[in-house]
Ligand binder design. Structure first.
Ligand code: UDP
Length: 239
């Protein structure tokens, strides 16, 4: 598999065409951005860590019957993925209140939620990814049918069940995470993008220490060290 023309460059990844029209290559970058990309930096090796973490988690989810765009890794920072038409919704699942939820609703930081909360955000940088409800999503034609919104919620919850119990074994609380989905060539909804400490919050179950992008957002510590720790713990649990 070889990289052909660059199709898309995002904040954390570049997507390339390949000789197979149904497969792309995702290259994970070392760039770090936060607060609508107003805060920017780089952490050498971060892309490779996120690529490997995502690959492990995609494989894990596939074992539980959740379809993903992951095909295989071709280097430490590049993976072959299936071509999918992205659904412009960020699906956020929360187990513990923190971040924008505490700001928006005044729920104290660290409150364990009585059930997994699923939220939709409109993936639109110009509008700063606003929180939306089902009717907004339908009016914006982000999906073709209401049933697809139900499917996104169901998938978000299923992914949460698998990942939450997996990270529990790694002594990490899966606080919240964001996932994105696409439609494959047959119209199936598949998990796309990445699942990494850039898109999840992990708190050590014993110390409460943060092992995710909040370290960068709030200048709390070394991102690379924390992401390495997450990868090590994932590998240990998988052994
Ligand atoms: N998240 C993300 N990309 C975004 C917004 C949020 O990956 O553009 C993730 C974030 O890392 C966290 C979860 O989604 O795990 C919930 O984020 P929140 O809404 O609390 O936003 P924040 O406080 O990060 O602005």
């Amino acid at each position: 598999m070889t990289k052909r023309e660059l199709l898309y460059e995002g904040k954390a990844k570049r997507i390339y065409k390949t000789e197979d029209e149904n497969l792309f290559i995702a290259e994970f970058k070392d760039d770090l951005t936060a607060f609508d990309a107003q805060k920017r930096s780089q952490a050498k090796g971060k892309g490779a860590l996120n690529c490997q973490i995502s690959a492990h988690l995609f494989k894990l989810l596939e074992e539980y019957g959740i379809k993903t765009h992951f095909v295989e890794c071709i280097s430490d920072h590049e993976m072959v993925i299936k071509r999918a038409k992205m659904i412009m919704i960020e699906v956020v699942v929360r187990n513990i209140a923190t971040g924008s939820l505490t700001k928006r609703l005044g729920i104290p930081d660290g409150t364990v939620l009585p059930f997994a909360l699923v939220e939709f955000y409109y993936k639109n940088d110009e509008l700063h990814d606003p929180l939306i409800n089902d009717e907004h999503a339908l009016i914006l034609n982000l999906v073709e049918h209401e049933s697809e919104l139900e499917e996104l919620k169901r998938l978000g919850r299923e992914i949460n069940v698998v990942l939450k119990s997996f990270f529990d074994k790694a002594n990490l609380n899966l606080v919240d995470f964001k996932v994105e989905f696409g439609k494959d060539s047959q119209g199936n909804i598949i998990l796309a993008d990445e699942i990494s400490p850039d898109s999840c919050r992990f708190w050590d179950k014993t110390s409460g220490e943060k092992l995710d992008k909040d370290l960068f957002r709030h200048d709390l510590g070394d991102v690379k060290v924390a992401y390495e720790e997450v990868l090590n713990r994932i590998q240990k649990v998988m052994q």
